[in-house]
Ligand binder design. Sequence first.
Ligand code: SF4
Length: 600
Amino acid sequence: MTDSGPGSAAGSGPASGTERASEGLSVTIVDGYVDEPAHFGVPPYISTYPRYTAGALVDAGVPREQITYHTIDGLRDEPDRWRDVDEADLMIYLGGMTVPGKYVGGTPAEPDEVRKLAWTANGTSLMGGPVKFGVGDENAGATETERQDLDFDFVAKGDVEAAVHDLVESGLEGFNNRMRDVDEVSRWAQQGAFVVEQHPNHPDYLIAELETSRGCAYRCSFCTEPLYGNPTFRPPPTVVGEVDALADYGVKHFRIGRQADILAYGGDGEAPNPDALRQLYGGIREVAPDLETLHLDNMNPITIVEWPEQSREGIRIIAEHNTPGDTAAFGLESADPLVQEENNLNVTAEECFEAVKIVNEEAGWRPGGPDDPTADSSADGGPTAGTAPRHLPKLLPGINLLHGLKGEREETYQHNREFLQRVYDEGYMLRRINIRQVMSFDGTDMSDTGAEIANEHKKLFKRYKQQVREEIDNPMLERVAPPGTVLSDVHLEYHQDGRTFGRQLGTYPLLVGIPGERELGRTIDVAVVDHGYRSVTGVPYPLDLNGASMDELTAIPGVGDRTAGDIVVNRPYDSVAAAELETTIDLDEFVTTQPFEPAD
Ligand code: SF4
């Protein structure tokens, strides 16, 4: 194992000849994107892999200006960039999907493209990241995967950043497959922050995934996270130092998403440690006071049930420091006791319900709303109760359900629906429900069962998914984001059917449809006026009655073509009340009347 001491900018061990060699090395990093159970890196997200890999290169003596970073979409968009793949002394491919998904912000590298990278590279080629766990024909549920080397010279079977570091130090001869230690990751995370500037989404539409720990104390049958072993935590100063470095390079959006359970952070592996959470969140706010997004991913409901008081405190700390619309994704996976037992799932439906309730109670408040505990002190410069627009709740649970697991039967679908219905009927909020079919990976307990059950149940699965969308998602969304809710900084992404669609940056953002074709790439504040199953309709906030378009006016429930026409004809208005509109929703929250200014 290589032992490079802290502070040695060029690593400690190598002979001076190797140091000179690394100084002359040109390196191209290609990001094919990752999606793991506890780590996301499809744009607008940037995962830790390219950042830490760049840091490891710098630590091994490669000058920053000789490190080029491209995303796979960047290569597709500008074929000239393939020259950097061809000409680099070392080409590193990072990628791998170990959970199924469809993505709006980017298209993960296909196996054929990854092979083409290896063939194009004239220098040494190395592949790493979760791709080491296996490659499927496609990134979809109900698939089986196998590990392939895809024609690369080297495949990092341990941590790719450690492999890269050792490979460079060896003069591109080789490396041992090893994991990196906490000192290394602390150093590399800061040294590699500069690559964010080369991401096509930098600076405004980029969110950095932050790692606080790896590994998990539990052993669910389908999951690749236990392949990292029991949890190891990065102490607060190392994560805070990384945020500081990323903020220096212009990153304003962060998600603490690379861990199995944020509540367990800094504890014994299972029980919460609120002090560590306070240091982490407080520290981040201190070094990045202007951050615009601070979200998380993954909270284990079993932690909340087993340590309710510490968990309540931890959840309060998170809600005090995060930004609205945050989601604590709960991996219930199945509400069927039989499936739970056969797959070693760690939480029952009853326990998960209790955890849903606790997160709602502690963190389901809205900034500026009547139950905002920070309203008087105006913490984070926030508005005061009563005068502020209504935002999304601070932190709500999300529910992950996984199908095709061992023991799944028709009743499983019934159990899951009943669980979701109960949450709704008892008045609680869920920020999102994520329903997927299993992917099977070698090294997990699901590898024997594979995708067999998922394939058998495909029809059942489709019908049930549709039912959940109609019967639960739609009314739940109306509860979470009622008309008048303001979503700030919605990024406008594409046009469809005369409307503009966009999303906020953050964890599981809502898709927002806005009437009319607006300029893409901009951000606007939006007020929700209506709901689909998993998306909302919004109008620009505040909506000026004296300037709104016909399309915007008719998007308001209760305003038809004729009323909208009357509004336009009778302009200007001194006040919203003067328009005497009869609508089913309260307009005062998001409609204004700007003084009318004649064109000349
Ligand atoms: S609790 Fe289960 S699903 Fe979640 S990270 Fe641990 S092993 Fe994976």
